[in-house]
Write a protein that binds this ligand. Structure first.
Ligand code: OX2
Length: 839
């Protein structure tokens, strides 16, 4: 190995080009250097993980020049910056994505192959940072990718959970949760910044006093203090020099060891504080779309919000800007209500710590924040018992009371003599036990409020936030979600990427609207055949994965009919199952019946405490066991449950899907984003008029979308007029047969108790209108089966679906946020005049 150092004539800076250069030979050398100097290994001893780490460090080195330059230029220019506050960032593995965004994937693949290794196998080694539950966390990750790609100065702020979303195992058909020890082998993508640690207070009480100048002041006297340590991860844009920062906070005790306790013989007490403090960032709450009102959860939220706001003040002061300019320097987006306590915390920091007047502080606060709502489900709307809230955040409770008094005065002026409106809108719910309503705090403290799809925003205005819409109509906006085509196409579907690029060039990667040019090829027989071959190859790969992990052989010529997302009753995995059981019953009744062969594939986790969701997983696996073994259905139906659905697995699934199941009860799914990723990869959608499905159907054309079910309006009307699911059971023979089959113990070795809660919930409540939508769904699936038999037609539809996904790029979403909410402009990052020079 030749060591290329300071003297290198190509290298003007003081770092050797082995850390910055992109040529294949430099990359190779850096890789071997890291294996030796960082991992302390050589070929004979190296594990696949050593190789992964060596490559990860080589690539991280290549990000650093961009990262440092980006920070330097933002600092020098005092650039207006977006701060995306989110309790979840579901980033997925970094290595592959960074190779794509650096545009060196192929070179590295080749270099690695020349050393007798396989890049795909190294990528598999990366333990993904699962710091999110589902759509909300993944949306935050897509948005960071787009912000960097669009060269927008931005910071992601969140929590560095030591344990992310649990790993899902399946035992005897049941979900079992395993702790996610993602940091076990170290994390090469982060850099700790202990020099920027901040202190966060908790608990205690407040003191009201008069200071030396005779001014009335309030002091928070906490009974606990923790330290927040930031860990930074670079977020590289696609084919730009921009590398923004994801800054995640870890909680530590200010003093990790209490000598007084130790000296007095209290050995446990000596480390007690450390343990208590570290618990704050220990584990991600595994609930999607629901809130449990646990104190530790509120502590987590306050912890990361306080750390982040203090960090932003540090940045502001470092740039010699006055605090009065906070809202000019930063636009803060609240990703749901999880960080909504920021409204009260910024008020506290400005008033108590920096002695600003209430009115100035409030004006800055409202101009700083904007709030994204992600759900219409009542159980997901966060509220904290006043007592719990006050015991943790006594000063914030006072601030919220004061805010509420002033806010309710405003309401009174606009809507006089309307007490019921006052109690509906109050920041405090006083209908029974008293609660702090976080969505109300977010609405009052923000200048913009948005939903995540057109229908969702309309329903927010008409229903969940109706009073706030009447009060502040100008605050409401829609921002339909989007997904990044870099991860969910270029990285995960390289063959399709190459085919598309061969026809329309590669500019679609940063300008997804250009995919529309593919429409010209939609009926070209040769193109169609290439399109089909790629889908087929992707299906074969997934089939191999299924055989390896589930021991089930599936037919790549069958329809890959996939439902992959968190398990929740409103998402209606159970409806998919009723279709499967119906097909099974038809075959049993008539063994020669013609059925287009299908492979039903499920993936997704259930919240550990969500009994019904876990029972549905068990039912899927029980149905799979029976159907996959029954010789009568051989060659026609297979059912597969893929365990541990996460970003990594999602990247294998989308490219292999023929049919994307988006079958939530209309009015329940705020947007959905999986729906976009499937369609981008050429899957056709069977779906309801819910969330972003509505807009996807508008874009791809009604003739290229399998629509079924009640509309949101019809669902409301039915509920209002008294919905009786039993009527459907009594009048629909196939539905009755399917439910009876489940109830009879047929799928549970004769046990009639096991699935009784599921059957009973449908017959007696059916909160999510499965029975009402059943026949429409079955009929629509019949159409899917027929359409698939005409492969030219199906391929035509598949191409058009992908070609018309331009709107659903997260680049479009982010551009809309930038223009209509954040008022922030791109900043170009150059690598000239930098301290380090590229080779
Ligand atoms: C999810 C919503 O359920 C989903 O519809 C949406 O696409 C996603 O957020 C991103 O906007 N927790 N998860 C969500 O909302 C909440 C609350």
């Amino acid at each position: 190995l030749q060591y290329n150092s300071f003297e290198d004539p190509r290298c003007e800076g003081y770092l050797e080009d082995g850390r910055t250069g992109m040529s294949p030979s430099t990359l190779k050398r850096a890789f071997l250097n890291n294996l030796f100097y960082v991992q302390g290994k050589f070929k004979a001893l190296a594990t696949p993980n050593d190789y992964y780490m060596a490559l990860a460090y080589a690539i991280r080195d290549r990000l650093l020049q961009r990262w440092i330059n980006t920070a330097a230029i933002y600092t020098a220019q005092g650039s207006r910056t977006v701060a995306y506050f989110s309790a979840e960032f579901l980033m997925g593995p970094h290595l592959g994505n960074n190779l794509i965004n650096l545009d060196i994937y192929k070179d590295v693949e080749k270099g690695i192959a020349e050393m007798g290794l396989n890049l795909g196998e190294l990528l598999e080694q990366e333990e993904e940072p699962g710091l999110g539950n589902g759509g909300l966390g993944r949306l935050a990750a897509c948005y960071l990718d787009s912000l960097a790609t669009l060269e927008i100065p931005s910071l992601g702020y969140g929590i560095r959970y030591e344990f992310g979303i649990f790993d899902q195992e399946i035992e005897d058909g049941w979900q079992v949760e395993i702790t996610d020890k993602w940091l076990r082998f170290g994390n090469p993508w982060e850099i700790a910044r202990p020099e920027w640690a901040v202190e966060v207070k908790l608990g205690g009480h407040t003191d009201h006093y008069v200071d030396d100048h005779g001014r009335y002041r309030i002091r928070w006297v906490p009974d606990q203090q923790v330290t927040g340590i930031p860990y930074d991860t670079p977020i590289l844009g696609c084919q730009t020099n921009t590398a923004n920062t994801l800054r995640l906070w870890t909680a530590e005790a200010p003093e990790s060891f209490n000598f007084n306790a130790f000296n007095s013989g209290d050995y446990l007490g000596a480390v007690y504080e450390k343990v208590v403090s570290e618990n704050i960032s220990k584990v991600l709450y595994p609930n999607d779309d629901s809130s449990q009102g646990k104190k530790l959860r509120l502590t987590q939220q306050y912890f990361f919000v306080s750390c982040s706001l203090q960090d932003m003040i540090r940045i502001l002061v470092g740039q010699e800007l006055p605090l009065e300019k906070f809202h000019e320097k930063f636009a803060v987006q609240l990703n749901d209500t999880h960080p909504a306590i920021a409204v009260a915390e910024l008020m506290r920091l400005l008033i108590d710590m920096h002695h600003m007047s209430w009115d100035s502080a409030w004006s800055i606060t409202q101009r700083t924040f904007a709030y994204t709502n992600h759900t219409l489900l009542p159980e997901a709307l966060e509220r904290w018992p006043v007592e719990l809230f006050g015991s943790l955040l006594p000063r914030h409770l006072e601030i919220i009371y004061e805010l509420n008094d002033r806010f309710l005065d405003e309401v009174r002026i606009k809507f006089p003599e309307d007490d019921s409106r006052l109690s509906r809108m109050s920041l405090i719910d006083e209908s029974g036990e008293r609660y702090v309503r976080m969505a109300h705090l977010a609405c009052v403290g923000s200048h913009a409020i948005n939903g995540v799809a057109a229908l969702h925003t309309e329903l927010l205005k008409q229903d969940v936030l109706y009073d706030f819409y009447q009060m502040y109509p100008g605050k409401f906006q829609n921002k339909t979600n989007g997904v990044t085509p870099r991860r969910f196409m270029v990285l995960s579907n390289p063959a399709l990427t190459e085919l598309v690029t061969s026809k329309i060039g590669d500019t679609w990667i940063k300008n997804l609207g250009e995919l529309q040019k593919l429409e010209a090829w939609a009926d070209n027989p040769e193109f169609q055949q290439q399109w089909r071959q790629i889908k087929q190859a992707n299906k074969q790969e997934l089939a191999a994965y299924i055989q390896k992990h589930n021991g089930i052989i599936v037919d790549p010529n069958s329809i890959f009919d996939i439902l992959a997302k968190r398990f929740h009753e409103y998402k209606r995995q159970y409806l998919d199952l009723l279709h499967i059981v119906t097909l099974y019953n038809r075959i049993k009744a008539n063994p020669d019946i013609e059925i287009t062969p299908r492979t039903f594939i499920f993936g997704g986790k259930a919240a550990p405490g969500y009994f019904m969701a876990k029972l549905i997983i068990k039912l899927i696996n029980s149905v799979a066991d029976v159907i996959n073994r029954d010789p009568d259905v051989r060659g026609r139906l297979k059912v597969v449950f893929l365990k541990n659905y996460n970003v990594k697995l999602a990247q294998r699934i989308y490219p292999a899907a023929d049919l994307s199941e988006q079958i939530s009860t209309a009015g329940k799914e705020a947007s959905g984003t999986g729906n976009m990723k499937f369609a981008l990869n050429g899957a056709l959608t069977i779906g309801t008029l819910d969330g972003a499905n509505v807009e996807i159907r508008e874009e791809v054309g009604a003739e290229n979308f399998f629509l079924f079910g009640l509309t949101a309006e019809q669902v409301y009307a039915k509920r209002a007029s008294g919905y009786n699911p039993m009527e459907y059971y009594n009048s629909n023979a196939e539905l009755r047969l399917a439910l009876d089959r489940i109830a009879s113990g047929f799928f549970s070795h004769g046990d009639t108790e096991l699935f009784k809660p599921l059957v009973d919930s449908l017959l007696h409540h059916d909160q999510y209108f499965l029975l009402a939508d059943y026949q429409s769904y079955i009929d629509c699936q019949e159409q899917v089966g027929l359409a698939y038999r005409d492969q030219d037609r199906w391929t035509h539809m598949s191409i058009l679906n992908a070609a018309r996904m331009g709107k659903f790029s997260s680049d479009r979403s982010i551009q809309d946020y930038c223009r209509e909410i954040w008022k922030v402009e791109p900043v170009t990052i150059t690598l000239e005049n930098s301290e380090v020079t590229d080779s």
